[in-house]
Design a binder for this molecule. Structure first.
Ligand SMILES: [Zn+2]
Length: 279
């Protein structure tokens, strides 16, 4: 899809299942299951949605999904399918991982940052995108290294610590930043301390990758949020702000875990119109 100067490719970097209660927190199941039917284990279908963008000749990867390092047991627990999705998509576009210029994950949870690293042929860890600049909020990095007792299972050190190897591939941000012309990062917090939203712009046109601020289409309702959110009230505040802008300026929104038609527009009154040009 072309958005002004921006070339956008929306990809599934994996499919999996998450517990419905984790996805919808205090929202009653009788309400969410009409939109997201749960299986016999109360799990619902999820995707890891990622975006590959070309802007001014640069290649940007936003979100890297679960990746390929999960143990067989863990992969089975979350019904992981197609974990190679991102690398296969890049291959189809004729882009080698070492040609990626910028990598941005909205936060460092395992299902967003897992694809930052992979196993080499000897079983060691290696960076997936060896030449890319990786932009991460400093608050997210610090928290991921020392999470609270509830957040410990959400972070896997092998996903991100290899980035900090002295090669200056990771650049820490303290809040909002324009990391390249047309590539803006907004610190939103809420879900995790350093959660960020990526906004790609071409003139008046924009596309926002929402991360777990808006994981699936039912979360387009401001008070529908995930149980994992550290600061729900901040999530509501930041969502309302994003939606106001997205509706007013017709931003394309990309929802991080929506398996069906994960990109679209918010119309007047909050009606969601999926973008059919994107799978
Ligand atoms: Zn998360």
């Amino acid at each position: 899809m072309q958005l002004g100067d921006l070339e956008l490719h929306l990809m599934m970097s994996g499919r999996w299942k998450a517990d419905g209660g984790l996805m919808f927190g205090v929202v009653p199941k009788v309400l969410w299951q009409k939109q997201k039917p749960a299986d016999e284990n109360n799990m619902i279908e999820c995707a890891c949605v990622c975006l590959i963008a070309r802007i001014n000749g640069r290649v940007i990867v936003c979100e890297t999904g679960i990746g390929t390092k999960l143990s067989e047991k863990r992969a089975q627990q979350v019904a992981l399918r197609e974990p190679e999705g991102l690398l296969h998509s890049l291959q189809r576009l004729g882009i080698r991982p070492d040609e990626v210029d910028v990598v941005i994950t909205t936060h460092l949870h395992w299902d967003h940052a897992g694809g930052l690293t992979r196993r080499d042929e000897h079983g060691g860890l290696e960076l997936t995108f060896k030449n890319a600049r990786h932009f991460i909020q400093r608050t997210e990095w610090d928290f991921a290294l020392h999470p609270d007792v509830r957040s410990q299972s959400g972070y896997v050190h092998d996903d991100f610590t290899p980035l900090d190897d002295g090669n200056k591939l990771v650049e820490f941000l303290d809040g909002d930043a324009e990391v390249m012309p047309g590539v803006q990062i907004r610190h939103v917090g809420g879900h995790t301390p350093g959660s960020q939203v990526l906004v790609l712009r071409s003139g008046e046109l924009a596309c926002a990758v929402t991360g777990d601020l808006v994981p699936q289409a039912p979360h387009l309702k401001v008070p529908w949020n995930m149980a994992a959110d550290l600061e729900p009230l901040r999530v509501f505040e930041q969502k309302a702000r994003l939606f106001e802008e997205a509706e007013k300026h017709r931003w394309l929104l990309v929802l991080s875990h929506e398996p069906e038609q994960p990109a679209g527009y918010l119309e007047e009154g909050g009606r969601w119109t999926p973008e059919p040009g994107l799978a």
